[in-house]
Structure formats: structure tokens, C-alpha cells
Design a protein around this ligand. Structure first.
Ligand code: C2G
Length: 131
């Protein structure tokens, strides 16, 4: 039984998120998703998420290829989370390439190519421009 873990905000959920989670799950047998707290998103991106944690968590938990979720409170706690959830592999999109290599002492670290041409930031810009 291979346990995969991934992390993200998953705000304004879109197909790039689905693709990432689906491919992450296909690399193992059990997928655990750490979802950024609202406060963590503010510190990472300088703004509150559009959807609050409870809504983002409900969406991610409803996916058939997600087995377990938890609230990620700090980027600095990654090593603790990997151990707590007994992860065999950490999977992230390649916008984070290299950033988590130091965690390879706890589990395998793998980056997947991002889905091109879609992001929460771009979606927010497009929605803002709708007259
Ligand atoms: N993603 C993707 N393709 C896109 C957009 C996003 O593959 N077009 C992936 C990202 O690479 C990431 C995941 O979807 O692996 C979640 O994306 P975000 O919600 O933007 O995650 P982020 O806020 O970068 O948080 O500890 C790490 C961070 O918490 C990751």
C-alpha cells in the first residue's frame, strides 16, 4: 500500500487541480491532501482565498481519488506532516520544482507537470473583467 501526499490551496477549483490530484493518486494506492488554511493562504499569496477552508476542503474531500484531507497550517511543518501521515511519496506540481527536494530524507519527492493555461489567479482576472 503506497501512500501519496500532496499540498495546495485549491481555491476556485479547476481542471488543473483535478488533473494534479488524479495523477498523484495514480502513483499510489491512497491519496492524502493537505489543504492550506485561510491564514496560510494569506501569508503565501498576500490575500484571503476566494473560498474559505471549509468549502475548499468539502470540494477536495468529495473527489473519488482523494482518500483523506487535513488542514495545512504552515509550510514549515511539511516534515511533520509527512511523518504523521506516513507518506511514501510527496507529489507537487512543477511550479514547486526543487523546493521540496530536502524532504527526500522522509519520502520520495516527485513533481508533475502543471496543466497549461489555467490558474486560479487568471480565472479571478477573467471574472473581474466580465462586464
Ligand atoms: N496545479 C497544476 N496545474 C495548474 C494549476 C495548479 O498542476 N494549472 C497544481 C499545483 O502545481 C499544485 C496544486 O495544483 O501542486 C495546487 O495548486 P495551488 O492551489 O495553486 O497550490 P499552492 O497554493 O501553490 O500551494 O505547500 C505547498 C503549497 O501549499 C502549494
Amino acid at each position: 500500500m503506497k501512500r501519496i501526499i500532496t499540498f495546495g490551496t485549491f481555491d476556485v477549483f479547476h481542471v488543473g487541480h483535478v488533473n494534479l490530484l488524479e495523477r498523484a493518486r495514480a502513483l499510489g494506492d491512497y491519496l492524502i491532501v493537505g489543504i492550506s488554511s485561510d491564514q496560510l493562504n494569506i501569508s503565501k499569496k498576500g490575500r484571503a482565498p476566494i473560498y474559505p477552508y471549509t468549502s475548499r476542503a468539502k470540494i477536495i474531500h468529495s473527489l473519488r481519488f482523494v482518500d483523506e484531507i487535513f488542514e495545512e497550517e504552515s509550510l514549515e511543518k511539511k516534515a511533520q506532516y509527512l511523518q504523521l501521515y506516513k507518506a511514501d511519496m510527496l507529489v507537487m506540481g512543477d511550479d514547486w520544482k526543487g523546493r521540496f527536494d530536502h524532504l527526500s530524507e522522509y519520502c520520495d519527492v516527485h513533481y508533475l507537470p502543471r496543466t497549461p493555461s489555467i490558474s486560479t489567479t487568471e480565472l479571478i482576472e477573467v471574472i473581474k473583467e466580465v462586464p
